[in-house]
Design a protein around this ligand. Structure first.
Ligand code: G6P
Length: 498
């Protein structure tokens, strides 16, 4: 190697060189105390957990998260430190932090999910909300405190690990960690969209500034797609002392250089395909086949989140049935909704509104032997996978979404050459839009027409598009998402050393 030239960064996907320390609000496993008093755990699904636990087991390291359930708290208090997780395919340590309950509530339910989540998904009803007063400022202090707790836990890790901090819950932790460990190698990844600069300015200025500066404490900032990365850069133009290079996607601040990059997350497609052959999924599929009869099936699978646009999805379906009365009795809409964030009043009200809309459509358009919409509000992954495999149309129409994994999961196990109707405001559209029917999620008419087109698409075109979706999804394995971030961190380390 020529003198002075830094070592080449590892290829994405190659084994990580240094230990990893992951931080996220929700941990990779959920603990439960079983009847005999023993503590058991179940692993969360999704590409994030698969990608990161895989990398953690090969590099060694720790995952720091917040206790979310009584079981988590019990396990954390019982262990009083790190816990070893040994699953069949991954072995790593976890540490669950246990902030005081009210503090956690204000950090999670108020600042993270009612303020920052709303900002990044454009969810406020601007003439009326938000109304930032003293309460939100008090909650902000708890947000700062929990971020501090995370940063302190990370700073305790010895050696020179790569720190991988996840999401809007922990936007302050990178700078806090940097202050105690100036040489730390830190990446922060946003799984949400990032609001554009005008909308971001809804935040009280001190909070907005703290969020941006906090994230800029990292060496590498990751987003699911270019639009969110660009929005972040545009927001940073208002940070005093920061120099933003939009073309090179870098921010210079406090004598450091921060790379702003796009790393689209992936799903664990082989694991999902294996799950699709399990007895539980087969059973659920048999039930759904009976339920569906000869009708075509439109499917949606979502958390009951305001960002998912469930209500407009129903209205679009209603438009389709009104404009094409011949479709009545020939199509069924299945909405599988996973209850989410029920402590937040807006979420409860939204779920109620969605259910009422479905009931109204059923009452107005249904017949004794045909119910237009079936809504199931339950966390049932086996039923979701079974439904994915059978659906003719998968509707994924979020208002805004960082990526959206349903758009990847559905086509991976679908056996009916199902068509994807996909919001242009989902990060997934950058990856899959070519093979989907893309829609403006606010345009109910366009969404109705796309669903109609999907239901009537010629078999060869459906086949071509379904194959395209599977190819695009398969070309992006979870190891690449982690590997590319680690490669960029090594580049940052090399640049710092030179
Ligand atoms: C989004 C966020 C994640 C979060 C998930 C579920 O995907 O980016 O950080 O874990 O929603 O939300 P919850 O509040 O239940 O953790």
């Amino acid at each position: 190697m020529p003198p002075g030239r830094p070592p080449a960064p590892p290829r994405p996907g190659s084994a990580p060189r240094r230990p990893l320390v992951v931080a996220s609000n929700r941990g990779p496993v959920q603990f439960e105390v079983s009847e005999d008093g023993s503590i058991e755990h179940a692993r969360g699904g999704g590409g994030l957990v698969t990608g990161l636990t895989g990398a953690l087991s090969s590099a060694g390291g720790l995952w720091v998260a917040a206790a979310m359930t009584d079981g988590d708290r019990h396990a954390a208090e019982h262990a009083a430190g790190d816990m070893e997780i040994a699953d069949e395919d991954a072995k790593y340590r976890v540490r669950y932090l246990t902030p005081e309950a009210e503090r956690f509530d204000r950090y999670y339910n108020v600042v993270s999910n009612r303020v920052l989540w709303f900002i990044h998904h454009y969810l406020f009803d601007a003439p009326r909300t938000p109304r930032f007063g003293r309460a939100v400022r008090a909650a902000w202090d708890d947000y700062v405190a929990v971020n501090r707790e995370f940063a302190d836990a990370l700073a305790e890790e010895p050696g020179e690990p790569a720190f991988l901090v996840q999401d809007y819950h922990l936007s302050l932790a990178p700078l806090m960690l940097r202050e105690s460990r100036p040489d730390a190698l830190v990446a922060h990844f946003s799984h949400t969209p990032f609001a554009g600069p005008d909308y971001f300015r809804i935040l009280p200025q001190a909070m907005g500034d703290a969020v941006l500066r906090g994230m800029l404490g990292a060496d590498v900032l990751g987003f699911h797609c270019d639009d969110w990365a660009e929005n972040f850069l545009l927001c940073c133009r208002h940070v005093e002392g920061a120099r933003v290079d939009l073309r090179r996607r870098r921010v210079e601040i406090d004598g450091r250089s921060v790379a702003v990059r796009t790393y689209p997350i992936a799903i664990d497609a082989p694991a999902l395909r294996r799950q699709a052959t399990s007895p539980a999924v087969r059973r659920a599929r048999r039930e759904l086949v009976r339920w569906k009869g000869d009708a075509q099936m439109i499917l949606r699978v979502d958390r009951t989140d305001l960002s998912k646009n469930i209500l407009r999805g129903f209205l679009a379906y209603e438009t389709l049935l009104n404009e094409h009365p011949r479709m009545r009795g020939r199509v069924r809409f299945l909405a599988l909704l996973n209850p989410s964030r029920r402590a937040i009043p807006e979420y409860r009200a939204y779920t109620r509104d969605c259910l009422r809309a479905a009931e109204r459509i059923n009452a107005e358009l249904g017949t004794p032997d045909w119910q237009p919409v079936t809504v199931v509000v339950r966390d049932d992954i086996d039923r979701a996978v079974a439904a994915y495999s059978l659906s003719d149309v998968l509707l994924v129409n979020p208002v805004f979404d960082g990526m959206n994994l349903v758009a990847m999961e559905g086509p991976t196990v679908n056996r009916a050459d199902g068509v994807l109707v996909l919001s242009r405001n989902a990060g997934a559209d950058a990856l899959l839009g070519r093979h989907a029917l893309s829609v403006n999620p606010f345009d109910v008419q366009e969404t109705a027409e796309a669903m109609y087109e999907a239901l009537h698409m010629r078999a060869d075109e459906r086949h071509r598009r379904a194959a395209g979706l599977r190819r695009a999804i398969g070309a992006n394995p979870p190891v690449r998402w982690v590997g590319s971030q680690l490669a960029d961190l090594e580049r940052a380390a090399a640049a710092r050393a030179s």
